[in-house]
Design a protein around this ligand. Structure first.
Ligand code: HEM
Length: 142
């Protein structure tokens, strides 16, 4: 059945926590700018229709999550509650092609992240590995 929910084999990825040095260097403002940039990429992408008309509001929510993930205060938890990311993505049919499009948008943003948002170069490989692993867990459709 094509409507069946797909569960990636192996369950949630076991990815090492990201270094809080990332938030230490960038600060909240740069992380918000980086995620706004990422949402600009999404806005021009093949998966644009998955997102609401108001991309700015979506970007703010995601930025709150990434602040916590990169070692800052748990803004997302405080504002919106338990992230439960796979569950929150369930309303959107995410297949491997959608994941690749999402990752491509993020990768384009990360090419500019050191120069534009002071992302510490030495932590880029770990962040890319995190996005690669965690995005696999968001896939819910064959
Ligand atoms: C695999 C590809 C992915 C796709 C296609 C995707 C797509 C989406 C969509 C359509 C929304 C809803 C936007 C809205 O209603 O405002 C969303 C929300 C969000 N996504 Fe993703 N996403 C993906 C992966 C990820 C990953 C890997 C992360 C985190 C590392 C993430 C973090 C978030 C956050 C924090 C939100 C806001 C949740 C909320 O509504 O509270 N997404 N995503």
């Amino acid at each position: 059945m094509t409507n069946e929910i797909y569960v990636p084999a192996g369950g949630p990825p076991r990815v090492p926590p990201l270094s809080p040095e990332i938030y230490g260097r960038m600060g909240e403002a740069n992380i918000f700018l980086m995620i706004a940039d990422f949402y600009n990429e999404l806005e021009q992408s093949a998966i644009r229709d998955m997102f609401p008309d108001d991309m700015a509001a979506s970007a703010e929510k995601s930025a709150a999550f990434f602040v916590g993930l990169l070692g800052g205060p748990p803004l997302y938890h405080t504002r919106y509650g338990n992230p439960m990311m796979r569950a929150r993505h369930m309303p959107f049919p995410i297949d491997e092609a959608a994941r690749q499009e999402w990752l491509a948008c993020f990768n384009r943003t990360l090419e500019r992240a050191v120069a534009h948002y002071d992302f510490p170069t030495e932590h880029l490989p770990a962040f890319r590995a995190f996005l690669e692993g965690f995005s696999g867990w968001m896939v819910n459709k064959k």
